[in-house]
Design a protein around this ligand. Structure first.
Ligand code: ATP
Ligand code: MG
Length: 507
């Protein structure tokens, strides 16, 4: 993993880990967080300006960093910094591989605009990278987890729906993604910039600052440099707390020459972050509501981003989805890169035009069914023909028979389905005892797959004059249901023996 950091010190320019290491010593010349500024105008960017951040100025309307390099003031625009970072990544990759990198797949957040993609592509080209394709981060995650794709041994693609939960440093991004016949479609996205790993570190910084004050009587809250030292220490402590229930935290010369040496237990950290965790839950519930999905309709949860390693985060997700498969990768912060690499190896031999054509679909949210479309059986039971969240146009063909001897007419109707209400949730009491993240889940009724009942009649048709004297079930009637991109429904019924057929459309 190469952190997205670029730094300058004396006559030297650094990238990645080396740049990160000088961050505390030389914060004015350490550039971080530029990835999300790609393609933005200077006015759109909120720039913190103090002793712990580099100065930012506008250069031709584009945000740029003012740094000291080789004893002179230099101004580097965001795209220029991105180029420096990408060049560094390219060099590292070539050193590691011992060969030239011939092409690369890049991933961007779902909320990146076309313009942002173009600026990124240009920065990459300037860095000497042959950009094969730019894909969306959740799609890269799905590829890395091989979500819904054929199994190397069992084979067979599957139609499924995933919730991708990506918590990185600066935001929490959620995506509902479906896979139908191996093709990914992004159905819904939600995004909260107040909920990244940094927000969690910040809570820990506040905790440590309080402790420091208790121990030394020195208030560090207004001291930006002191807080930066605590933040660097807290970042390490936070990561350790993912593995153990308590972790040391040490920072030297925080304020007035005084050090801080202490230890933080996980429970305290989690309580301090309880509002943040609650907000994560709200965002998950919000996106499910927006997508009109219940928890049971999610087949898999794909965890992405370093901050999803927090045990409390995982146990909260488990609480919301008691039954769903949660895919976690030890290296959750590398999942997107792995997905890009997989895609690159897949398309390396393709023609450029084919690659572009194959990915246009991913750029915007494709039209899709919102509610399931189905037929009604005995006892008014609803059977789904085309599930909700199926990309349009869609087509399904199936066969059925007449139900009575001598029946010469069949009636066929399609309805929209509405989900049946779920049984009420049991009240949950949050317990706060150390190390019992996993045990504090109480017995709960597990929600099963959602069931539906019919609501609106969408289209109906009668196929008449069927061959006389046929026994129940002996005739084969083929139904073709098509839904076009405007959601218009077309039904065709055909009796296979006589070839008699009828067609109807929705209003
Ligand atoms: N073990 C851990 N426990 C808690 N947080 C962690 C752990 N490991 C990494 N993190 C946090 O994950 C974040 C970095 O994750 P990641 O590398 O996925 O972010 P990013 O993709 O660079 O950021 P963004 O998606 O916001 O642009 C940091 O805030 C880091 O503190
Ligand atoms: Mg990320």
């Amino acid at each position: 993993m190469i952190p997205s950091v670029v730094g300058f010190s004396g006559d030297e320019e650094f990238s990645g880990t080396q740049a990160l290491h000088q961050a505390v010593r030389n914060p004015k010349n350490t550039l971080e967080g530029f990835r999300k500024l790609i393609g933005k105008k200077f006015e759109e960017v909120k720039v913190p300006s103090d002793v712990t951040h580099p100065d930012m100025v506008s250069k031709g309307g584009v945000p740029a960093y003012k740094v000291t390099f080789k004893d002179q003031e230099h101004i580097f625009t965001v795209p220029e910094v991105v180029t420096k970072q990408l060049r560094h990544i390219l060099e590292e990759a070539q050193t590691y591989l011992g060969s030239k990198v011939t092409g690369a797949v890049l991933a961007v957040p779902t909320y990146f605009t076309e313009h942002q993609r173009e600026v990124l592509a240009k920065s990459a080209v300037d860095a000497g990278i042959n950009v094969l394709q730019i894909i969306q981060e959740p799609v890269a995650a799905a590829l890395a987890y091989n979500f819904g794709q054929s199994h190397p041994i069992k084979g067979g693609v599957q139609d499924k729906t995933a919730l991708v939960l990506d918590m990185g440093a600066s935001s929490f991004d959620i995506t509902v993604l479906s896979v139908r016949a191996g093709i990914y479609t992004i159905l819904e996205t939600a995004h909260d910039e107040a909920l990244g790993g940094e927000a969690f570190t910040e809570e820990l910084v506040q905790l440590v600052a309080q402790e420091f004050k208790k121990k030394t009587k020195v208030d560090v809250t207004g001291n930006k440099k002191g807080l930066l030292k605590i933040r660097t220490a807290a970042e390490i402590t936070k990561k350790q707390l993912a593995r153990s229930t308590s972790a040391p935290c040490s920072a030297e010369s925080v304020a007035e020459g005084l050090d801080y040496h202490g230890s933080i237990n996980r429970l305290r950290f989690e309580i301090a972050c309880s509002k943040l965790f609650a907000r994560c839950n709200e965002l998950i519930e919000h996106i499910l509501e927006k997508a009109q999905l219940t928890t049971g309709a999610i087949d898999e949860i794909l965890l992405v981003g370093g901050a999803t390693r927090m045990p409390k985060f995982q146990s909260k997700v488990r609480d919301i989805f008691p039954e769903t498969t949660i895919r976690v990768d030890e290296e959750s912060d590398e999942v997107i890169a792995v997905g890009c690499a997989a895609q690159a190896s897949l398309i390396a031999g393709f023609e450029k035009e084919d690659i572009i054509a194959s990915t246009k679909e991913n750029i915007t949210v494709t039209p899709h069914t919102v509610k399931p479309i189905g037929v009604v059986g005995a006892n008014d039971q609803f059977f789904t023909i085309i599930p909700n969240h199926t990309p349009l146009p869609a087509k399904r063909i199936f066969e059925f028979g007449q139900t009575a001897d001598g029946q010469q007419e069949v009636y066929f109707a399609l309805y929209e389905g509405e989900q049946d209400p779920l049984p009420p949730k049991k009240e949950k009491v949050e317990k706060h005892d150390i190390g019992s993240d996993d045990e504090d889940e109480e017995e709960e009724d597990l929600p099963s797959k959602p069931t539906y009942h019919k609501t609106t009649l969408l289209a109906e048709v009668v196929l008449k004059d069927l061959p006389a004297g046929a026994k129940a079930g002996s005739l084969k009637i083929e139904a073709t249901v098509q839904v076009d991109v405007t959601s218009k429904i077309i039904i065709t019924l055909r009796e296979k023996k006589s070839g008699k057929q009828v067609r109807a459309e929705s209003a």
